[in-house]
Design a protein around this ligand. Structure first.
Ligand code: PLP
Length: 462
């Protein structure tokens, strides 16, 4: 009997096979990926991307919370090409510098809170955070307090995926993912009111949650603590937005015990909250360092910065001695030129003002309307960032267990309907490009609602 002819491989299948053969993806279950094959993206414009099957998807994730000005702007490649033609690379190690890096440092000093008058450049958020920790330790060493070696971070934090930053991150699986423990890294609980104290008032919970920092400092010994590192709101760890009053209390505690404060603005920075930085939205001032990446170039090229206070920089400069830290690509002229152009667009087109005054409040109204959904126990948002917390039981607020991938089911249902959103454990998160319009937000929330309905129907909850 003749066997049926094998259908010819499609272009997508061929790319998936080549992808599986040689490209190891980050944060991926490789067995699962090899079973399904990757979605291959082929182009992007504005808030949309297209895949190799011709599907058009509204990118409710802005890539990974990074494509702030949207895809396909012509000005950024033009700035990159010009910089590349003029000076394609410049090392900054041996008393060399370059004009785009100098101009970007000045621009960032102008944008960030008072006192952050110095910029150190790297290529990723992880490196910006590594730099903050290494600089804190260097500072205390130069100041004659080398015993200050403890670093405090928070549970559900995400600070990156290098060995140190995976330790700083308070996401349990990261600690077991080929990560050597750093004994000097300690965690306190996140200000996650829905989980820790849903019935407490915001003001009381703010005091309690900030108090966890004070307790940890006292437990370790105040003169052994170098640094507290935290995101203004926690993104990848579950869209955790602290209550009013939390940050004021954290700043008071850091000052009181002279613990340095490093604010991780990798997701919050460059307009996500409707302000230049999450620190502006939450009233965080007088920090010792501020780390930024992603939106600094809208992810057209990789770049990050650690902004440094006068206090720390003065010690480095006055005391001297080589600081053995840096990267080949620190202050890369092409990446700095792209960042300058991106910041010009954010500023001149009023993109951040629009998030604060128009699209952010509209997003908040829409997400609030989902709070009644049978699958959702809590919604929270700030600017154009929001989280929708899934619950197993709406009345008690009980959460789904890790073995119940309901967030992933919602993401898959949304993608099938043309929207990319993210599942972070049992929370689905949205963080669209900052140029999104109200009509596009109507589409986002229509589809999100339909996706929650699809899954609730599958689970017999509707
Ligand atoms: N910090 C925060 C708050 C982040 O969200 C991320 C990445 O998502 C990082 C640090 C790490 O940045 P990168 O992936 O560029 O190393």
């Amino acid at each position: 009997m003749a066997t049926a002819p094998t259908p010819p491989e499609t272009a997508t299948q061929s790319l998936q096979a080549r992808d599986n053969a040689h490209y190891l993806h980050p944060f991926t279950d490789h067995k699962d990926l090899h079973g399904s094959g990757a979605r291959i993206l082929t182009k992007a414009e504005g808030v949309y991307h297209w895949d190799s099957e011709g599907n058009k998807v509204l990118d409710g994730l802005a890539g990974l919370g990074c494509v702030n000005i949207g895809y396909g702007r012509k000005e950024l490649p033009a700035a990159a090409a010009k910089a590349m033609e003029e000076l394609s690379f410049c090392q900054s190690f041996f008393k060399s510098s370059n004009t785009p890096a100098i101009a970007l440092a000045e621009t960032l000093v102008g944008l960030t809170p008072d006192g952050l008058n110095h910029a150190f450049f790297s290529s990723s958020g992880s490196e910006a955070n590594e730099t903050a920790v290494r600089l804190a330790l260097r500072y205390w060493d130069l100041e004659g307090e080398p015993q200050r070696q403890n670093i405090i971070a928070r549970e559900n934090a995400y600070h990156g995926s290098t060995m140190l930053t995976a330790n700083l991150s308070g996401i349990p699986p990261m600690a077991f993912a080929g990560t050597l423990p750093f004994p000097n890294v300690h965690h306190i609980p996140a200000p996650y009111k829905y989980v820790h104290a849903p019935s407490m008032s915001d003001a009381d919970f703010a005091k309690q949650a900030a108090g966890w920092l004070e307790e940890k400092i006292l437990e370790l010994g105040a003169d052994t603590v170098a640094l507290f590192i935290a995101e203004p709101f926690q993104g990848a760890g579950g869209a955790i937005i602290p209550p009013d009053g939390y940050w004021a209390e954290i700043q008071r505690i850091c000052k009181h015990y002279d613990v340095l404060l490093a604010v991780d603005e990798v997701v919050c920075g460059f307009g996500r909250t409707g302000h230049w930085f999450g620190s502006n939205a939450f009233g965080i001032e007088g920090m010792d360092m501020m780390q930024m990446a992603k939106g600094i170039t809208s992810a057209y090229v990789p770049l990050s910065a650690t902004m440094v206070s006068d206090r720390l920089a003065k010690t480095l400069i006055d005391k001297g001695g080589e600081w053995w830290h840096g990267f080949t690509y620190s202050g890369h002229p092409v990446c700095c030129a792209v960042a300058l152009e991106n910041i010009r667009i954010l500023r001149e087109e009023g993109i951040i003002d629009r998030v604060r005054e128009e699209t952010g409040p509209y997003f908040a109204q829409h997400i609030q309307a989902l709070a009644d959904h049978p699958l959702i126990g809590n919604v929270r948002s700030r600017g154009l960032f929001g989280g929708m917390q899934l619950v197993k039981d709406k009345a008690s607020g009980a959460l789904f267990g890790e073995e119940e991938p309901v967030g992933e089911m919602v993401s898959e249902a949304a993608l099938a309907r043309g929207l990319a959103l993210r599942d972070i454990g049992n929370t689905n998160a949205l963080m669209p490009p900052l140029i999104i319009t109200k009509d596009e937000l109507d589409f986002v929330f229509d589809v999100a609602k339909q996706a929650f309905d699809d899954v609730a129907t599958q689970l017999g909850r509707m």
